[in-house]
Design a protein around this ligand. Structure first.
Ligand code: HMG
Length: 302
């Protein structure tokens, strides 16, 4: 397999990145972040989620955010919907794609969405059917494909099992997520290979958190298998409220820097992306969690 010459990045910063922030981030700030990401050339942005505001208060402004975004043609705006209630709410805001989110780990499924893996598939099935009937694309996030904060290591067979269930209900493409960032390159490759038993390469994306500093290596390992879609988070924002200790996704800036250096096209303007990262980091009162952004900002400052 040759390394892909083009890569599509889905920035999940506004959703995965901000969902775990303790202090409220106003809708206007989230909207401005989405605007800056699309101006930097991101063609896919995960904007928000339609989940219980008691479980994830930070995403309670989903309608305001989706309504406030001035959409750019050619950009795909996706949102998370765990059940029909969430899907019906999302439908009002016309997302291009909805994301159902399951887990390869039973314990994480219970903690995150309050049901077993089998029950989650029963909940997702009518959501997928309704979305496809409405002409909305459907992605499936597969959490804990390498390790789980409650169960430890996850075998590739369990990833294949979940991928098969999602395929069976009509989910069009899937994310192989290392939710807590414990994965290393071979383990990530095994999880991807397990997914490829059910999904074509074009329909598989990598979603790597950087808790142990492995996310760029894992991205390269996925590229070596031909994967060319990745979820990343501007300024390395993020973490899941139900995965204690897990840090944000790999920073979009770091992935773009690596890919540019490898001659791989992303269509993203790194300078504008760094500015988007500085914008949200300034609001949060911290520095961007991206080595490439830090280095390039230092260089700019002379
Ligand atoms: C899934 C539920 C809702 C089930 O939660 P539940 O308590 O089992 O649901 P329920 O059907 O029994 O309803 C309980 C209450 O929630 C309300 N409710 C029910 N559904 C909705 C909805 N869609 N939107 C708004 N409200 C909702 C419902 O109306 C009711 O309200 P009450 O009568 O108590 O006032 C809950 O567990 C939940 O919201 N969990 C949050 C999950 C979440 O957002 N996790 C973080 C995202 S996943 C992630 O980050 C991983 C990922 C994707 O990035 C990939 C990776 O790295 O692994």
């Amino acid at each position: 397999m040759t390394i892909p010459s083009q890569v599509r990045l889905i920035d999940v910063g506004p959703r995965d990145g901000l969902q775990n922030e303790k202090s409220p981030v106003p809708a206007e700030v989230k909207i401005e972040l989405v605007h800056r990401l699309q101006a930097a050339g991101l063609q896919e942005i995960e904007v928000t989620s339609y989940v219980s505001p008691k479980w994830v208060p930070q995403m309670a402004d989903n309608h305001a955010v989706m309504q406030g975004v001035q959409r750019q043609s050619g950009v795909r705006y996706s949102v998370l919907t765990p059940n029909l209630k969430g899907f019906e709410a999302a439908l009002l805001d016309k997302p291009d794609e909805i994301v159902v989110f399951g887990s390869a780990s039973e314990a994480f499924s219970q903690k995150n969405i309050n049901c077993s893996i089998a029950e989650s598939i029963e909940r997702f099935a009518p959501v997928v059917e309704a979305a496809l009937a409405a002409g909305i694309a459907v992605r499936g996030a597969m959490s804990c494909t390498v390790g789980c904060p409650y169960e430890g290591e996850i075998a590739p067979e369990r990833v294949a099992y979940l991928a098969g269930l999602l395929k069976g209900i009509g989910v069009q493409r899937v994310d192989v997520a290392d939710t807590i960032g414990v994965g290393t390159p071979y383990k990530v490759q095994w999880a991807i290979e397990a997914t490829l038993q059910h999904y074509a390469l074009d329909d598989v994306s990598g979603h790597f958190h950087d808790t142990y500093g492995q996310a760029l290596a894992n991205t390269l390992a996925a590229l070596e298998l031909g994967v060319w879609n990745f979820q990343t988070s501007v300024a390395g924002l993020g973490g899941c409220p139900y995965a204690k200790g897990a840090t944000g996704n790999v920073a979009t800036e770091d992935v773009v820097y690596m890919l540019q250096g490898m001659g791989i096209d992303t269509g993203i303007d790194l300078d504008r992306l760094i500015d988007a990262g500085v914008f949200i980091s300034d609001f949060l009162g911290r520095k961007p969690n991206s080595r490439a952004a830090t280095a390039l900002l230092n260089k700019r400052a002379g």
